[in-house]
Design a protein around this ligand. Structure first.
Ligand code: P6P
Length: 314
């Protein structure tokens, strides 16, 4: 019987394909997966401990911070700083980056618990990470990401990541405590019949966007609307089933809501590596030269044919 492939095995195998690999990236991913396992265990018993609910704080983006947000954020910071592998850390929950004295090689942007308003109702949440080689400027375009991925906490816990060599999915086997390879080199369907957008804001949308949405509802092809309110979950479904996820600009939010550095860029790298398309207005968000850590950008990403159809309207 063949031994199942763990995340560590897989990254080591991938690493052997790059002669310049030093093993440090493998180590970094091991620290990230360890943090994910600990967060997963806390989420699973969140209803039994006093870790649900709001912390009473709001973050730099004005979002209400949940207790599990704070726990997850602090856990990831401590884990990555102790690794000695990071030069800088930037988080949705930190106003400014943290610079490590250990002189590590990587800069990691992360959203410790994306969609955390779903926690109290037992709906998927996730951790998003985006990894760069250190640079004199902590802000780099998304095209320079060394790796990007997420951990989705749901009926099963899955880690999805890419280093630019395809997108690979791992499922946590609780009995082993290991992430096991479950989907190698995922490819997103070229088209799909699911669109994902918060239509409650339709009155604030542009005419072009509302014309596009109407075309989905009234056209030949039958579409479904699915919107979970956690980008990680909406993107996970889009990767597997195809379709399009849109968080657009609107009359009140000229740059939309999602943050470039730790939501849009990592998800764009994953979708593009899986054969899909990501656009912010008309251009690739990974080409945007970032100006600030928590910069927001509008985004539409998913199946190539769906995004191209969307672009005709806006
Ligand atoms: P809205 C979660 O707060 C988040 O940052 C993303 O995960 C999600 O896609 C979006 O905001 C949901 O925003 O305005 O639809 O509630």
């Amino acid at each position: 019987m063949k031994k199942p492939t763990t995340l560590t095995d897989f990254i080591l195998q991938e690493g052997r394909r790059h002669k310049e690999a030093t093993g440090r990236f493998t180590l970094l991913m091991n620290y990230i997966q360890e943090a994910g396992k600990i967060i997963a265990s806390h989420i699973k018993k969140a209803g039994l401990t006093d870790i649900l609910g709001k912390s009473g704080r709001t973050n730099i983006s004005g979002d209400e911070v949940q207790k599990l947000d704070e726990f997850s954020n602090q856990l990831i910071i401590n884990t990555l700083l102790e690794s000695g592998l990071v030069h800088a850390l930037a988080s949705e929950e930190l106003e400014e980056p943290i610079y490590s004295k250990a002189g590590g090689e990587y800069t990691v942007f992360f959203d410790p618990l994306d969609g955390s308003s779903n926690i109290d109702i037992n709906i998927n949440v996730g951790t998003i990470f985006s990894i760069y080689h250190k640079s004199s400027n902590v802000l780099q375009e998304g095209k320079k990401q060394v790796a990007a991925g997420y951990i989705i906490y749901g009926s099963s816990v899955m880690l999805v990541y890419t280093t630019g060599q395809g997108v690979h999915m791992f499922t946590l086997d609780p009995s082993m405590g290991s992430f096991l390879l479950s989907h190698r080199d995922i490819k997103i369907p070229d088209s799909g019949n699911i669109y994902s957008i918060n239509e409650a804001y339709a009155k604030l949308y542009s005419k072009g966007l509302n014309d596009y949405l109407r075309s989905l509802k009234e056209g030949e092809k039958k579409y479904k609307l699915r919107y979970i309110g956690a980008m990680v979950a909406d993107i996970h479904r889009t990767l597997l089933k195809g379709g399009i996820f849109i968080y657009p600009e609107d009359k009140k939010h000229p740059n939309g809501k999602l943050r470039l550095m730790y939501e849009v860029n990592p998800m764009s790298m994953l979708i593009e590596q899986a054969g899909g398309l990501s656009r912010s207005r008309k251009s690739n968000p990974m080409l945007i030269v970032p100006k600030e850590i928590h910069q927001r950008v509008p985004v539409a990403l998913g199946s190539t044919e769906e995004v191209k159809n969307y672009l005709k309207f806006i």
